[in-house]
Design a protein around this ligand. Structure first.
Ligand SMILES: Cc1ncc(COP(=O)(O)O)c(C=O)c1O
Length: 431
């Protein structure tokens, strides 16, 4: 048996401490369950941050990876490659019709940066500069240079100066209805209307793209009204701004549909993906229209590992698996059950400010005082700790650090969800 204390000690010695870690060593996973090195079992309600949508190590995906590995592990982007081509064809089949051409990378941040890069090149091919890019306050798009700049939360940027502050990036207000002084629909979607002002007052009037998460993930599982997305899309179109839907977190069944855009009838020019695409294999990418794709010429962009045959073979199998096993409809079904029960509890428990989400992308915002909506970040951290002690892994997040995140594998059963909710009810009542 692995000595977990020894591993944690070694990790401290040999791994760069870029982020805080929970005090467990995960060694195995099957479907919704993961096991740690000390023999404890957990219901995974975070899916490695929304990655193992298909569940941990499903036999069919493991086989697809093993078979491809035995044939060819790597060939690099300078050669034609079968799994990448077949995956791109599959993605063209599940995304809205003008989106047909994909580019594969290895992570969400790379997908986002690649998407913005091609949007800028597209603007240049139209005789523009494409100098501007708009993102949302409270958004999360990654932690590299440009993606960190796009991320609309100072807590991720602190200490990184110009690395987190690329020129040309402006931020528009987030559609955070729960904390907005106005109320929907009387607000006339002021936050969406503001995008026009941002273009007018905060850019050089030549904006290549606006990037939006259909449901904001790290920002606190924030679901904008459909009208918000409608209006932002219209403003983008009117100003010749490409609309990038960042589906890195919402994609591949997470929200109860294949993509988050389907809830809102969003028709993006570019769609980014990662996380749930590869079922745990490292892969990201974007898909766009032929016209935009053709603005890149040979040598404009490259990734050594992008389109890795093993990652692509697993991802292609994963797309079939999610559909054929009914996991996307299970995401919708269980997600509805979970939100319904927490909404019922909301009336009895003062700590629950709001429950929101789509499918199995669920956030519960905790507040000390329902009327004043005073955020309860300490209680949020404490609740996540208590969950772990009782054998459930949940996430925490939100711009104010007071959102409990339930994002389990989409194969979670009603029995497992009920067990999680029973623990939630007991612990949240005690808190
Ligand atoms: C919407 C969104 N975009 C981009 C990213 C960055 O992905 P990665 O961590 O793979 O770089 C994330 C990660 O949480 C995300 O949620």
């Amino acid at each position: 048996m692995v000595d977990s204390k020894e591993i944690i000690k070694k990790e401290k010695e040999f791994i760069v401490p870029a982020y805080g870690k929970k005090p467990i060593v995960i060694v195995e996973g099957k479907d919704t369950i993961v096991n740690d090195a000390d023999g404890n079992e957990y219901i995974d309600c975070l899916s490695g941050i929304s990655v193992t949508n298909a569940g941990h190590c499903p036999d069919r995906l493991v086989r697809a990876g093993q078979e491809q590995m035995a044939k060819l592990i790597h060939c690099s982007g300078v050669y034609h490659n079968i799994p990448a081509t077949l995956l791109a064809e599959k993605i063209a089949g599940i995304t809205p019709s003008p989106l047909t051409k994909s580019f594969f990378v290895n992570s969400g941040a790379e997908a986002v940066e690649g998407a913005v890069k091609i949007a800028k090149k597209f603007a240049v091919t139209q005789g523009r500069t494409g100098a501007g890019v708009i993102a949302l306050e409270g958004s999360f798009h990654g932690r590299l240079g440009l993606s960190l700049t796009l991320t609309g939360q100072a807590k991720y940027k602190k200490g990184f100066g110009t690395f987190a502050n690329f020129p040309g990036v402006a931020h528009a207000p987030m559609p955070y209805c729960y904390r907005c002084p106005l109320s929907f629909p009387d607000c006339d979607i002021e936050c969406a209307r503001k995008v026009k002002d941002i273009i007018k007052y905060h850019t050089t009037a030549d904006v290549a793209a606006m990037i939006v998460e259909p449901v904001m993930g790290e920002g606190g599982i924030i679901v904008p009204p459909k009208e918000y997305h409608d209006l932002v899309q219209k403003i983008c179109k009117d100003h010749n701004v490409l609309y990038i839907a960042d589906e890195v977190q919402t994609g591949f069944g997470r929200t109860g549909k294949m993509f988050g855009i389907e809830h809102f009838d969003i028709k993006p020019d570019i769609l980014t993906m990662a996380k749930g695409l590869g079922a745990g294999m490292p892969i990201g990418g974007y898909v766009t229209t032929s016209e935009i794709a053709d603005s890149l010429v040979s040598g404009d962009h490259f990734s050594t590992f992008g389109g890795n045959p093993v990652s692509c073979a697993v991802a292609a199998e994963n797309i079939d698996y999610l559909q054929e096993e009914g996991l996307i409809s299970n995401s919708e079904k269980i997600g509805n059950q979970v939100r319904k029960r927490i909404t019922e509890l909301q009336n009895q428990i003062s700590l629950i400010g709001e429950v929101r989400g789509k499918g199995l992308m669920i956030g519960v915002e905790l507040v000390k005082d329902k009327k004043a909506k005073t955020p309860a970040p300490d209680e949020t951290t404490e609740l996540a700790k208590r969950f772990m002690k009782k054998g459930v892994l949940v996430g925490t997040g939100g711009v104010l650090g007071n959102v409990i995140r339930f994002q389990p594998p989409l194969c979670i059963t009603t029995e497992q969800a009920t067990k999680v909710l029973d623990i939630f009810e007991e612990e949240v009542k005690q808190l």
